[in-house]
Design a protein around this ligand. Structure first.
Ligand code: GLU
Ligand code: ZN
Length: 491
């Protein structure tokens, strides 16, 4: 079988990380099978459509470096791939359903439908939804409505009795009593625009889609779609509804948990490699141990059989860890380029950068590389280099279980001890300072902590002996003077 799968987003919001996972599963399944991956834009809901969402769709997949074989921008045998450009096909096939007695015109006004809903709620009626009033209109009744100029919608005839079933690769057979299926949903609106169900089924059929991998929230649409395939006399594709994506608390992933749109993940400073790797592991695994996969690996190794049935848990911490790993794989110059926009946004460096700034960046990258989990972490770890030490309380300078006078002694020592460092290599500087500390009878931890606080205003920083060289002699001595004044004020 020539596998053909599609990602079929509706451009009504920013690309959600759950949608991205659906796209990746489809993409990797296609690639692993030597098949085709298709992008179809489902924009039949014109009220909720936005240009920004469509642009976001293109931007995010470009950033991920994921490409489709057929789609609105690249074309293909079954173009157009945008539903709003395919109205003629939907109209033709809706008409066919009418002609075959599988669908019918409904002339009910929105007021009548609203009243019906209210009555059903008031009487706690067990039947919900449309009452099929127009299902068996006579030709005369229809002519009467037409004469009044009422534009009808088209509704699908859902069988009133029996069962509709379909097979899902992961979940097995899914069965619904027809009496439980939404009574006769609208498949074509009065303005001639199809609804999701009709357009989706027609397009999957004509675009020769072989497998539907989509989120589990679409399961309730399954029986309806199968009824339509039957009504058209078409074979439905193979279904595979994907496990949900949950937060760690077992709730559906939402903004409460953290970023959800890919755009926000990008802003946060994630790398595409980490997103692709981690997001594919939410609900899929290769075996019990292997965690690292490049896009190229997954193009080979992905398989539907290894998708989990159970919901996937989206663990932001784990994703950050992956991101850190991928950051470490970058060369220093690649990483410098990646973090630069964050430094520019923070106002630490100009755009374009000056030689002096480039110099700092060049020295900074190797010492922070091991510590970044997000590209945006660069701002916090390097702030002191560009802006000087943060404001801090004098007490912060006092090592644990020590007095202000101990801190004062360390600062006094530092002021002279650090001077030779500026002319040494990093490893010489390290060895020198260790020796200096022990010669003078201080504790290494205390000594370096005082230095760290004086230079950065914080108890966490990149390796401090390396940082001090980037900071420079003058600024370091000035910072130690400030620290000295602070600590003396406590004595
Ligand atoms: N347009 C639907 C969505 O926004 C597609 C669902 C499907 O894959 O059938 O997710
Ligand atoms: Zn009606």
């Amino acid at each position: 079988m020539d596998v053909r799968v599609r990602y079929a987003p509706s451009p009504t919001g920013l690309q959600h990380i759950g949608g991205v996972r659906t796209a990746l599963f489809n993409y990797f399944f296609a690639k692993s099978q030597g098949g085709k991956f298709i992008l179809r834009v489902e924009d039949t809901d014109q009220e909720r459509y936005s240009d920004e969402s469509l642009q976001d769709l293109y931007d995010t997949f470009k950033w991920l470096d994921i490409h489709w074989d057929e789609g609105p921008d690249v074309g293909g045998e079954f173009a157009p791939y945008v539903q709003s450009e395919r109205q003629a096909i939907y109209q033709e096939y809706a008409q066919k359903l009418i002609d075959d007695g599988m669908a019918y015109y409904c002339y009910c006004s929105s007021e009548r439908l609203q009243q019906l809903r209210e009555q059903q709620v008031a009487s706690k009626s067990s039947t919900q939804g449309y009452d099929r009033a127009c299902r068996d209109l006579t030709a005369e009744q229809r002519a009467e409505y037409e004469k009044q100029g009422i534009l009808p919608v088209i509704r699908l005839k859902v069988p009133e009795k029996g069962v509709t079933a379909f097979d899902d690769i992961l979940l097995g057979t899914i069965k619904r009593q027809n009496s439980d299926i939404s009574p006769d949903p609208v498949i074509m609106k009065s303005d001639g625009m199809p609804t999701y169900h009709l357009a989706n089924v027609i397009d999957d059929h004509f675009m020769k889609i072989t497998h539907i991998l989509r989120a589990q929230e679409w399961i309730p649409s399954g029986p309806l779609h199968v009824i339509m395939y039957k009504a058209f006399g078409w074979e439905p594709p193979i279904y595979c509804h994907l496990p949900m994506v949950m937060g760690k608390d077992g709730q559906k992933l939402s903004k409460r948990h953290g970023s959800t749109s890919l755009r926000d993940f990008i802003k946060d400073g994630y790398l595409p490699e980490a997103i692709i790797n981690y997001v594919t592991m939410v609900g899929w695994s290769y075996d019990d141990s292997r965690e690292f996969f490049t896009k190229e690996d997954l193009e080979q190794l992905f398989s539907i059989e290894k998708i989990n049935k159970a919901p996937g848990v989206f663990d932001y911490k784990k994703l950050q860890w992956f991101n850190g790993q991928y950051i470490r794989q970058k060369s220093d110059s690649q990483l410098a380029e990646l973090v630069l926009p964050y430094l520019q946004d923070a106002g630490f460096v100009s755009n374009p950068t000056t030689d002096k700034q480039n110099q700092i960046l060049f020295q900074l990258i190797p010492i922070v590389k091991e510590r970044l989990r997000l590209l945006s972490d660069i701002v916090a770890v390097s702030e002191f280099l560009f802006k000087g030490p943060k404001e801090y309380e004098a007490e912060l300078l006092i090592p644990k279980k020590k007095q202000a006078s101990d801190a004062a002694a360390i600062i006094a020592s530092l002021k002279s001890s650090i001077l030779p460092i500026f002319d040494m290599s990093d490893s010489d500087a390290e060895a020198y300072i260790v020796e200096e500390i022990s010669n003078q009878g201080f504790k290494t931890g205390d000594y370096l902590m005082v230095l760290r606080v004086a230079l950065t205003g914080s108890t966490v920083s990149p390796p401090i002996v390396e940082s001090i060289k980037i900071f420079g002699k003058e600024k370091s001595l000035a910072a130690l003077d400030v620290a000295e004044n602070k600590i003396l004020s406590l004595i």
